[in-house]
Design a protein around this ligand. Structure first.
Ligand code: 5AD
Ligand code: SF4
Length: 350
């Protein structure tokens, strides 16, 4: 059976059954129809504007052992780094001067940075008048609270998958329950809260993905990032099959249809699978955010979640101009707002 009636239902009402989602995911004959519907919803709810956010990968040290990730602690062949606070702040300053409205700081999950250091960095960067997004993994309520009180605005923590068995198999010594708790804590603390999925993982299925998407809808996140799994060397999944870009784009489009006002990045993993067209395809199937890494050179090459991770070699300012030009070609433009999602602003009554 064709999935068109479910796509139409989603476009009109932003909801459908689990069965409908599963049908759309399994139907490879109507992908363009799905992408076009997501694009229309994107234009209607979040306009032709794209938020450009500068990503700084502050440390690749990680204490966790996620089976898919090149940063897992058991990967002894990766040289580990931790940027100095001064390096992070000056990188953020350069981005702010170049016009970026949001600085995203990401790291593996570890205590390489002490909370005091993180708080100091947040304080310094806030002086540049930008919004701050953090992505440091699972932390305690008190830690999230301390960062928020210093001025952090947003937090990204992907759920990856909501299937208990799959989650358990891929995340030694971690629990889905705690991850959900972290996401709830972030929301309670007033963060603009983002989550997301890793799609095409070995052991996943259309049914699992449909349930994952329903979870995202139910939790009503402000931002959702979806990337295809890419096998990483020196991990237990290095010989597994990569996720398909089309599946990631479908999940991206479904996310836009389910949650029309949120922010959705065109993820680096999608770009990595198709460096020429990936980003454009994602922007045309629901995405409205680009998060280029500005951790240049020696550090970026070490933030190796998976091989050949897409990276632009230009300066922070040149990357800004490059996207300005690229977006003009497809009829979009860089947003000059602070980068909040329409969804978050509405929740705040802004
Ligand atoms: N392929 C694609 N994405 C990955 N991530 C980690 N390892 C991989 C991989 N091999 C993603 C996870 C994590 C984010 C920081 O990077 O989804 O949340
Ligand atoms: Fe660490 Fe995150 Fe990679 Fe898991 S996905 S090993 S927590 S960096």
């Amino acid at each position: 059976m064709s999935s068109i009636k479910f796509i139409n239902e989603l476009e009109a009402t932003h909801t459908t059954s689990l069965y409908g989602l599963e049908k759309i995911i399994a139907d490879n004959d109507n992908c363009e129809y799905l992408f076009e519907a997501a694009n229309r919803v994107r234009q209607k709810f979040v306009k032709q504007e794209v938020h450009l956010k500068a990503l700084i990968e502050i440390s690749n040290i990680c204490a966790k052992k996620c089976f898919y990730c090149g940063l897992r602690s058991k990967n002894k062949s990766l040289k580990r780094y931790k940027m100095s606070a001064d390096e992070v702040v000056s990188c953020a300053k350069e981005a702010a001067i170049s016009g970026y409205k949001t600085i995203v700081m990401q790291s593996g999950e570890s205590s390489a940075f002490k909370d005091d250091e993180i708080c100091k960095i947040i304080r310094e960067i806030k002086k540049f008048g930008v919004q701050i997004t953090l992505s440091f993994g699972e932390k305690s309520f008190e830690q999230y609270k301390a960062y928020k009180e210093e001025g952090a605005d947003r937090y990204l923590l992907r759920i990856e998958t909501t299937n208990q068995a799959l989650y358990k198999a891929l995340h030694p010594n971690m629990s889905l329950k705690n991850r959900i708790k972290c996401l709830e804590n972030l929301r309670i603390l007033g963060y603009e809260t983002g989550s997301g999925l890793l799609v095409g993982l070995p052991g996943s299925s259309a049914k699992i993905l449909a349930r994952d998407l329903m979870f995202l809808k139910k939790h009503d996140f402000d931002m959702i990032g979806i990337g295809p799994f890419i096998p990483a060397t020196n991990t237990p999944l290095e010989h597994s099959k990569a996720g398909e870009i089309k599946l990631a784009l479908k999940a991206n489009a479904l996310t836009r249809l389910l949650l029309p006002e949120i922010n959705i990045p065109a993820t680096t993993a999608i770009e990595t699978l198709d460096p020429n067209e990936g980003r454009k395809m994602a922007l045309r199937s629901g995405a409205n955010v680009i998060m280029p890494s500005i951790t240049q050179g020696r550090y970026h090459d070490l933030y190796r979640l998976y091989p050949n991770k897409f990276c632009l070699k230009e300066s922070v300012a040149e990357i800004y101009d490059r996207f300005d030009d690229m977006l003009a070609l497809i009829g979009d433009k860089i947003s000059l707002t602070n980068g909040n999602s329409v969804h978050f602003n509405q929740r705040q009554g802004l």
